[in-house]
Design a protein around this ligand. Structure first.
Ligand SMILES: Cc1ncc(COP(=O)(O)O)c(C=O)c1O
Length: 442
């Protein structure tokens, strides 16, 4: 199990998260259930915020990448911790604004922002829009002109850094739908284009080199490449960037194949990145840019677990044993998407030693509906409680109503007290938007 103080095993042999006994949580809120440790989330937000304050004279802002887990309570916590957020859709923007999130601390991303999303961002007067297409730049300039305003923008640059992570979450390799390449002149051409726009104020550049990255050197290299690009832009156009957004991507612990950083270990990533940035800027005669970073997974991933109840058990001799749970790909599609690995714990008998290797299957009509195939657990029986760890990021936010299953509710735990942050869905919710056209009715 991981070493964070989020999770403990109590005297009864039950798993605890944030001081709450998982068996009690399951009794009160039922399963499947997402559970989040508030203290962990706040600690991570504060750690990044304070590192920028201490090591970069506060000349920057942490943007929580809210795609990792977006709901009103998360924006409220980010607001209280004094950080910003990045949003990638009108829906995320709406949710942030619905809790009074300060608009100037919101940045909008996306490789194909829709016209209405651009208009909503302008109307809300958000802090920045990260431009990722010519059509978008033109539309933004036109819409900003109609509103008599000038919008701050960054350009998404592909710095060509290959981070060692799963191919599907690499976003800065030459073949990517995101950004403009620094290497082939595309990013420079986009810079020239934006500089002609009267209603867009180019502040600087953004890159995001991927996700679940553990090599500090990848971030350092990205900072170096971005500084080299900024130097080139300055030499060729006279434009000197005053903002640099280095994205997110810090890795977290899912299984013992991953590094187990103590919470403070994440400070190391940011410190390395900041010191590379400072020395690169000094060496290249660039002013120190306002620094934005966008951690998502590392803020909320290990803060969350999912609780399931074991149902059907099927042993295929010589093949494998399946434990079916009351959730599945509708609450966690990451195994189906990326063969992501997780660690599971028998939460009601957490002191028992693992004795068998099992696959955890979901309840969807899909053979690939698995949470994973190689979990080590004590012999489980129907009714046992399983906790899948590190499910805080990209689980709820990727959930669906596949098979008309209900997306599980989420609770936030602090000092042993749990309260809903996402309410349970009902069957009525599932049919809320359905209509039977009048001419279909008999
Ligand atoms: C532009 C951008 N910023 C930030 C993030 C957050 O990355 P992570 O959750 O790995 O920190 C992502 C994730 O895909 C992203 O695409």
């Amino acid at each position: 199990m991981n070493t964070r103080d989020t999770l403990k095993i109590n005297a009864a042999g039950h798993l605890e998260i944030g001081g709450a006994d998982c068996t009690e949580l399951a009794k009160r809120f039922h399963t499947p259930l997402y559970v989040f440790d508030e203290a962990y989330i706040r600690k991570m937000m504060a750690l990044y915020r304070d590192t920028i304050n201490e090591e970069y004279d506060g000349h920057g802002l942490v943007l929580y990448a809210s795609k990792a887990f977006s709901c009103k309570a998360m924006y409220e916590i980010a607001k209280q911790e004094g950080i910003g957020v990045d949003v990638v859709s009108g829906g995320e923007l709406y949710t942030a604004l619905s809790v009074g999130f300060p608009a100037e601390k919101i940045y909008l991303h996306g490789n194909n922002k829709l016209p209405y999303e651009l208009r909503e961002a302008l109307d809300a007067k958000i802090g920045g829009i990260v431009v990722d297409a010519y059509t978008e730049a033109d539309a933004l300039d036109r819409e900003a002109q109609e509103r008599g305003m000038v919008q701050d923008v960054l350009i998404r640059v592909n710095p060509g850094v290959e981070a060692h992570t799963h191919a599907f979450v690499q976003t800065a390799t030459p073949d990517s739908k995101f950004g403009f390449s620094a290497a082939d002149g595309a990013a420079l051409a986009m810079t020239r284009h934006i500089l002609t726009k009267k209603h867009l104020r180019l502040r600087g550049f953004h890159c995001h080199i991927g996700s679940q990255i553990f090599e500090k050197q990848s971030f350092v290299l990205a900072a170096e490449k971005m500084c080299a690009f900024m130097e080139k832009v300055k030499a060729e156009t006279g434009f000197e960037a005053d903002t640099l957004d280095l994205g997110g991507g810090f890795g977290i612990w899912y299984t013992d194949e991953d590094a187990k950083l103590p919470v403070d270990g994440y400070k190391g990533y940011l410190s390395a990145l900041i010191s590379a940035l400072k020395s690169e800027c000094a060496a290249r005669g660039l002013k120190k840019p306002y620094l934005l970073i966008e951690p998502g997974r590392s803020i909320v991933g290990e803060a969350g677990i999912t609780l399931y109840t074991v149902g059907a058990i099927k042993e295929l001799p010589g093949i494998r044993k399946y434990l079916a749970v009351d959730g599945g790909m509708f609450d966690n599609p990451r195994y189906c998407l990326y063969q992501s690995k997780y660690t599971a714990v028998l939460a009601n008998r957490a002191l028992e030693q693992p004795t068998e290797r099992v696959a955890i299957a979901g309840k969807c009509c899909e053979s690939g509906d698995l949470i994973g195939v190689d979990f080590n657990l004590p012999k489980a029986k129907e009714g046992d409680l399983i906790a899948v760890l590190s499910t805080g990021a990209y689980n709820y936010s990727m959930a669906s109503n596949y098979n008309r299953n209900m997306i599980p509710p989420a609770v936030l735990v602090k000092d042993g007290k749990a309260r809903y942050i996402v309410m349970p869905q009902s069957y009525e919710d599932l049919v809320r938007n359905d209509v039977v056209p009048v001419d279909l009715e008999k």
